[in-house]
Design a binder for this molecule. Structure first.
Ligand code: ZN
Length: 149
């Protein structure tokens, strides 16, 4: 990754950290989950509104480091309006890229590619994926499944 690209990615992450999108609660969510990353202290709550098989709306609330908050903010933008199965496949690709098992270019992620650099810092992977794991748990509560997170 070039220094210029790295600087741009840093800027995008800071922007989402300072002004996180889709922040707050939904009035009547169809699913909700709380996520905690004890390694860093990040705590995020995710509300989802599922209509049919589509994730119509997402809200996130909580506190955490720049990576966890920016990841939650960008996740909410990227996933709104997607089907539940699209969300699952995007989660898998995102997870592969932040853990360094796939190249960002090989797994097209759009703006979410800014988190590819996290692969160099294994301790931050949990920060980058906390919102995603919490979202998955929120989607599961809808069907009555129990999450261990
Ligand atoms: Zn963190």
């Amino acid at each position: 990754m070039s220094d210029a690209l790295r600087a741009l990615y840093q800027e995008v992450i800071l922007d989402h950290y300072k002004r996180p999108r889709n922040w707050g609660r939904l009035p009547q969510p169809t699913g909700h989950a709380d996520g905690h990353n004890p390694l860093c202290g990040d705590r995020l709550s995710v509300d989802v509104q599922v209509e049919g098989d589509r994730v119509a709306d997402i809200r996130v609330e909580g506190q955490g480091c720049a990576i966890s908050v920016a990841s939650a903010s960008m996740m909410s933008e990227a996933l709104k309006g997607r089907t539940v199965s699209e969300v699952t496949s995007l989660f898998d690709r995102f997870h592969e890229v932040v853990t360094g098992r796939a190249d960002a270019e090989a797994a097209p992620l759009g703006k979410l590619a800014v988190f590819a650099g996290v692969a160099e810092f294994p301790a931050r992977v949990k920060c980058a994926t906390l919102a995603w794991h919490t979202l998955r748990a929120a989607l599961d509560t809808r069907s009555g499944a129990v999450s261990t997170e």
